[in-house]
Design a protein around this ligand. Sequence first.
Ligand SMILES: NC(=O)c1ccc[n+]([C@@H]2O[C@H](COP(=O)([O-])OP(=O)(O)OC[C@H]3O[C@@H](n4cnc5c(N)ncnc54)[C@H](O)[C@@H]3O)[C@@H](O)[C@H]2O)c1
Ligand SMILES: [Zn+2]
Length: 434
Amino acid sequence: MSASSTLSHLSLSFSSSSFIHKPKFLYPITNNYYPNSVSLSTTTRICASSSSSSSQLMDPFLSKTQPPIPTTVDVDLGDRSYPIYIGSGLLNQPHLLQRHVHGKRVLVVTNNTVAPLYLDKVVEALTKGNQNVSVESVILPDGEQYKNMDTLMKVFDKAIESRLDRRSTFVALGGGVIGDMCGYAAASFLRGVNFIQIPTTVMAQVDSSVGGKTGINHHLGKNLIGAFYQPQCVLIDTDTLNTLPERELASGFAEVIKYGLIRDAEFFEWQEKNMQALLARDPNALAYAIKRSCENKAEVVSLDEKESGLRATLNLGHTFGHAIETGVGYGQWLHGEAVAAGTVMAVDMSYRLGWIDDSIVKRVGDILKKAKLPTTPPETVTMDMFKSVMAVDKKVADGLLRLILLKGPLGNCVFTGDYDRKALDDTLRAFCKS
Ligand SMILES: NC(=O)c1ccc[n+]([C@@H]2O[C@H](COP(=O)([O-])OP(=O)(O)OC[C@H]3O[C@@H](n4cnc5c(N)ncnc54)[C@H](O)[C@@H]3O)[C@@H](O)[C@H]2O)c1
Ligand SMILES: [Zn+2]
């Protein structure tokens, strides 16, 4: 279904200062955290389409005799469309990767934490039964502080030394930092080579690997240099999450919760019932949460790839969160932790404006606590710090600080600069000691 033909199905309203977005997935609600096994023919999907044979994953006979078929979410972007494969053990299925490798040369970009865990496995998946392909790798230092031009140059150094040509494929193996950096390298090396994402954090699996935003930081700000560049495929092997530190796991759940709040109330209700299973890394619960998150993100991206309106709603809690990240210093709080506290603040403000009822405020606080995420900013971040960071935030235009706020029943939000300034001040006062 094309993006234009789907717009008529959506309840979207645009105005100069606000953007209202209502959800449209119609999934059956179930207490079972494995609702993939519910027939997907009962699902209404727009743009992002999924196919699943997850029931086969559960079948002990099938799992012994043939590899499980992954759940697939398609990102519909015309001739740049691509599949997201989701499931357990996918790195043991070489054909999934190999069918998307163009040319005979591959460069895997990873870091010194992820390489010892998964690099051999990925090289094997790329080369097994496929002797024509040669794989190089570049192992970067781990950390957001290395998401910069110097580190990017190491990728180009390796690519040039290895005489990679335009028909080579770059593979990002790691979290969002590696995905963003490798994607930008792929977008610019020889003016663009093929690109595959193998995200290994929840954050990367539910958010950063989907949608084609790539880039690096400048010392004056995060993600200021980059490109929109879509991969050939995203391969999510949920088994990689078994080695992820607990804090990183929970941080990713902040983005999962975000999808429920901005556009998918039924998904939020599912999370309320299954947060324990997610924290326990139940593979079926993880696969479902990742799938549903990718569907939500894929649909938003399909409708608004370059962020002219709808895509901005993915930033719920991020303007407050950005102020927290800046205030405490990057690296002190994880991104998802700052987004969690930021989401509580955005929800508080929505309530003060009279746009949501108090039951939503309570449910948001409860689910974030269940996910072991913070619900208040650190005391060191003052009102002035919030105001100054938010004032230079990229969402300021024509003097209006546009925010994503909840409005109406659960699962609805607006992107707007049209709100009573007093509500913002009251929220900041309520959450800041000084
Ligand atoms: N492009 C986008 O649309 C988008 C969206 C959201 C976030 N981002 C970017 O993503 C980055 C954050 O991503 P992140 O949260 O994945 O951080 P990250 O990439 O720094 O990964 C977090 C930590 O987990 C480690 N790690 C990764 N996979 C692991 C595994 N399976 N087992 C053990 N350790 C593992 C990493 O080495 C790192 O130490 C930021 O730079 C942010 O700007 C981009
Ligand atoms: Zn985020």
